[in-house]
Design a protein around this ligand. Sequence first.
Ligand code: ATP
Ligand code: MG
Length: 230
Amino acid sequence: MIEIEDLRKIYRMGDIEVKALDGVTLDIEKGEFLGIMGASGSGKTTLLHMLGLLDEPTSGRIVIEGNDVSRFSEYEKTMFRLYKLGYVFQDYALVPDLTVMENVSLPAMLRKDRTEEQTKKDSFGILQRIGLCDRRDHLPRELSGGQQQRVSIARAMVNKPEILFADEPCANLDSENSAMVLDLFHEINEEMKQTIVMVSHEDWHKKYFHRIVRLKDGKVISDGRNETHH
Ligand SMILES: Nc1ncnc2c1ncn2[C@@H]1O[C@H](COP(=O)(O)OP(=O)(O)OP(=O)(O)O)[C@@H](O)[C@H]1O
Ligand SMILES: [Mg+2]
């Protein structure tokens, strides 16, 4: 579903060149729950941003469901993000002045193919699914970190994206809330066959992934099925 070919990203700052991605080649299957792991600075976020069309590679190719996304115009990228991709960030990135329900509805409201009624129904359904329906009229700051992250997962899922990207979604959570968030990703993957690409550098998260790609200095140093997956 995602084909990545010799992907490179070089940041130039004055005379200094940082090869954040140094020739990554990888195929990601539909329905896979893929973990991208590696030390700080190894290129995990950079790779996720390229795949999520949030930033442009210096060279290489990304093909998502047959679309060579490097040929997309800015407008085509925006539409692709809105209709095909979902994102979860480590700081939740919820809109502080909107309620839980409004935050979750936001991506659906931006789409032209959703009626208000459908958006309401979908948002309600996904909030029910994550067990936060009774909090729908609350503001994000009235929720715990774990609850806020579950709301951000609901927001990412409301449009039923083809691919869900998550960059260290548990970085600001304690282990109990982290487990709750990871269990939710696991269920979304199992029940909806949702393709998930998640960045993590916590070793204990490993058991959630079908497959683990390890990066070091912008290169893939290992890639394999995860035998400890439960
Ligand atoms: N905007 C930027 N400008 C210059 N260098 C950058 C930029 N973004 C990332 N880098 C560099 O690229 C390399 C990879 O960074 P990246 O953020 O992808 O690492 P990471 O694996 O996500 O690390 P962490 O686990 O700390 O989040 C690092 O050396 C980083 O300093
Ligand atoms: Mg990172």
